[in-house]
Ligand binder design. Sequence first.
Ligand SMILES: Nc1ncnc2c1ncn2[C@@H]1O[C@H](COP(=O)(O)OP(=O)(O)O)[C@@H](O)[C@H]1O
Ligand SMILES: C[C@@](O)(CCOP(=O)(O)O)CC(=O)O
Ligand SMILES: [Mg+2]
Length: 327
Amino acid sequence: MVTASAPGKVYLFGEHAVVYGEPAVPCAIERRVRVTATEIDEGLRIHANDLQLDGFTVEYTGDGESRPDVDVAEPLVEAGMGYVNEAIAQARDAADAPDAGFEIFVEGDIPLGAGLGSSAALVVAAIDAATGELGVDLAAEEIADRAYQVEHAVQDGQASRADTFCSAMGGAVRVEGDDCRRLEGIDNLPFVIGYDGGAGDTGALVAGVRDLRDEYGFAADTVDAIGDVVREGESVLGTDDYETLGELMDFNHGLLSALGVSSRSLDSMVWAARDADAHGAKLTGAGGGGCIVALDETDDALTALKYTPGCEDVFRAELDTDGVRRE
Ligand SMILES: Nc1ncnc2c1ncn2[C@@H]1O[C@H](COP(=O)(O)OP(=O)(O)O)[C@@H](O)[C@H]1O
Ligand SMILES: C[C@@](O)(CCOP(=O)(O)O)CC(=O)O
Ligand SMILES: [Mg+2]
């Protein structure tokens, strides 16, 4: 039995545009998904108690034939199970053990579908735990690469390497196309997260931006402009110039909003944080619903968000310098 864990992340800058080759800077946070893998004779048995479909907790045998005993639409079940199935396929491939069976337990403290990268953390931890159980130790870079293949497959062929690289390596990272690197010397940034209790469908939101970009030249320009914001932000990263960082986060949110991926509750949390004099605030991840990230070293944004209608939870997120690790 091997247990591995991997962190979630917030995007300081650059989500969505990173799918089209612009740079992005995600930062790993101290919230994790833990996966325990035990080799069994055959098949795949998954216990994912955090995964609630219409109020049911799901347990199922991922052998391609049986399905959860719940009355929900097949596509929902497939979407929910796709990450673990594909991660285990990667682990079998990496360990050259195509027939290895697994019992998998998943649990974590990252809200699902909320822009904090729970999918990447799940896939990274699952690949490490399952290969570890088969006696194979993959380098973090290889886990990142295999986890990217999984997100790419599950998100219908549209994904960047950002979430999976960040989760595997930890810390603040910079991703531009296939060029992935860790950023050294980044101190803990004063991140405050607001969570509306909702979720967005990453695949559908990414597809929406792609369609806008195909239809309108100015939407393509908006994606390019996000890249410009990231490049500008990089020049002050690692300094204590939170004023400029915050201003650029605000700009980044405006551009994401123009691309149609914000929502009323995300906007109202962003404005609550700004009204409380946070340096800046933006949605994080795919959007549609879920989380915003604000930059504020005081308790003002935290307190304001606590009293913001539509904000269900608010917490500080510490930068996690550890990526994937065995527990
Ligand atoms: N703890 C978990 N247990 C089971 N499935 C999980 C868990 N964490 C994440 N997932 C999978 O990842 C999906 C969320 O991924 P995604 O839509 O990309 O949002 P995000 O990565 O921002 O959380 C969930 O719907 C579920 O399929
Ligand atoms: C929108 C995107 O840039 C980030 C998605 O992040 P999350 O799954 O919403 O945490 C997609 C991607 O990079 O693959
Ligand atoms: Mg995700």
